[in-house]
Design a protein around this ligand. Structure first.
Ligand SMILES: Cc1cc2nc3c(=O)[nH]c(=O)nc-3n(C[C@H](O)[C@H](O)[C@H](O)COP(=O)(O)OP(=O)(O)OC[C@H]3O[C@@H](n4cnc5c(N)ncnc54)[C@H](O)[C@@H]3O)c2cc1C
Length: 464
């Protein structure tokens, strides 16, 4: 029987374990999952405070990528899936201290409707003229990868990078448009430029081809779970073999030995036929530093940023005083520390009672590092000060919670896909090793779930 070690108990490792579980019951494999912390789920964590559901890590997953919702359905959570309240979707951008709604027809950062963009105070006249001229942009097949900022600037100018591309990407990757790879992060944009030249014309062409859903609300932009993202972990974990789950077990080394892998966690060591590394690429790099220094160096070059989320609950008066919509994004040029805030009570149903407002504030990258050492109270004071400046919100919160995530968000830098090719070649030189997690082909929960499942299937193929 094949013995498989899964290192990392976040959603990637748990999904791998779930994919192996039925084969374990059938007697084909045995697995042990090692998690260094005391709990499973990684960054998926939900807290319930005075009737509000606070997400410490991810608050949802993008509906377009099916793997997380599919996993929920397989676990019998289909009726627990909820969609974002897209009918109320307004996202504001802070421009010179004022919250400006993103105009209708903006698809990610590509304008597809002339009038709303033309009348929006979000852009200067120079940018609006650039946007109109962009429709004539000639096709271009870039021979090398470039940053998202460089592609967007070529099409729409530097203001669009500052006011749209950078804040939108910071909200997802916690990184900067100037360092993220367009091919890894927005592959569709590179392809649209190659085929159509103009991103605007390409988006319009793609929209014409898209089947119109009979019921728009059946395809919300974001999906989550009624009781919060941790509901996924709490449903998945009991479906696994409990004796196979080892928490408070930080794996310190893995070595090739006797045709397999010897793994050390604390004072214990064990021998396995195969290993699934479902940890951040940086942690995988450390574990592989002895048996493949070359692979380890490539993994270590995948950058990670830290982030801080702050959940704040308020009373009915605040709820009534806040603007409608999902929340706001803050361009770096505004000189604030906050990168984004979500009006959670508007974005999703079931998140807060009718007489409560729930805000989720987000710091990432250098903004998070700069306040990392501060106490929770000091961080809450910074959040309150900035909310006062941005929203005029002076009221004291009924409760506040701070969550810090050290080096948890992978940064796909320029050349990321080429690095993945090198990683794949080096990985295949080591027998029965799989990599899963957010360092490779998608940072979101659905991509991580898929990566865990794929890693398990790769191992199962070796058994057959
Ligand atoms: C604040 C925040 C907000 C986010 N928001 C969203 C969102 O709204 N939607 C979305 O789709 N995605 C979001 N993401 C991204 C997504 O949540 C993560 O990329 C994904 O959950 C990562 O899962 P994972 O299992 O790969 O890694 P992790 O959750 O990081 O789990 C890895 C696990 O490995 C363990 N580990 C590490 N080293 C060792 C070792 N040596 N031995 C044993 N165990 C080890 C760690 O303790 C950890 O539990 C967000 C991420 C963060 C941090």
């Amino acid at each position: 029987m094949m013995r498989i070690a899964i290192i990392g108990g976040g959603i990637s490792g748990l999904t791998a374990a779930f994919a192996l579980e039925e084969h374990r019951r059938a007697g084909a494999v045995e697995y042990i999952l090692y998690e260094s912390s005391s709990s499973l789920g990684g960054v998926l964590r939900t807290e319930h405070v005075s009737g509000c559901i606070i997400e410490a890590g991810p608050d949802s997953f993008i509906t377009e990528k099916p793997w997380a919702a599919d996993l929920c359905r397989t676990l019998g959570l289909g009726d627990q899936l909820i969609g974002s309240n897209d009918a109320d979707r307004i996202t504001y951008i802070l421009v010179r201290g004022r919250l400006i709604p993103m105009p209708d027809g903006l698809m990610f950062m590509v304008p597809t409707k002339i009038l709303p963009t033309g009348f929006s105070p979000l852009f200067s006249w120079t940018t609006k003229i650039r946007m109109a001229q962009e429709l004539l942009h000639p096709p271009r097949a870039a021979d090398a990868d470039e940053s998202v900022a460089s592609l967007v600037e070529r099409h729409y100018g530097a203001e669009t990078v500052d006011r749209l591309a950078d804040p939108l990407l910071s909200g997802v990757y916690g990184g900067e448009a100037a360092s993220l790879s367009v091919r890894a992060v927005l592959p569709r944009f590179a392809e649209m430029e190659r085929t159509h030249g103009s991103l605007g014309r390409a988006m319009l062409a793609a929209r014409r081809k898209m089947p119109r859903p009979a019921n728009k609300m059946a395809y919300p932009l974001f999906t989550s779970l009624k009781n919060g993202m941790q509901q996924l972990v709490e449903t998945l974990v009991p479906r696994l073999n409990q004796a196979s789950l080892v928490t408070n077990a930080s794996v310190q080394s893995i070595q090739r030995e006797a045709g397999g892998w010897t793994l050390s966690a604390g004072l214990k060591s064990d021998h396995f036929d195969a290993v699934i590394l479902a940890v951040p690429a940086l942690a995988a790099a450390k574990l592989l530093s002895v048996c493949s220094p070359e692979l380890s160096a490539e993994l270590a070059a995948i950058g990670y940023t830290s982030s801080i989320t702050v959940g704040l609950g308020y009373d009915r008066d605040v709820r009534q005083s806040l603007p409608p919509g999902f929340g706001f994004l803050v361009p770096r040029s505004e000189g604030k520390r906050l990168l984004a805030a979500t009006f959670v009570h508007n974005k999703f149903p079931h998140r807060a009672p009718d007489d409560r407002a729930l805000l989720r504030c987000f710091f990432a990258g250098s903004n998070a590092e700069n306040i990392w050492q501060l106490s929770d109270d000091a961080i809450i004071a910074i959040v309150r000060n900035e909310l006062q400046q941005i929203l005029g919100l002076g009221a004291a919160p009924l409760f506040a919670r701070v969550y810090k995530w050290k080096s948890a968000m992978a940064q796909y830098g320029v050349g990321h896909l080429e690095r993945l090719d090198r990683i794949e070649r080096l990985r295949l030189q080591l027998p029965a090793l799989a990599l899963a997690g957010n360092g490779y082909r998608g940072i979101g929960v659905p991509d991580c779930a898929r990566s865990g499942r794929d890693a398990a299937e790769y191992m199962l193929k070796q058994v057959r």
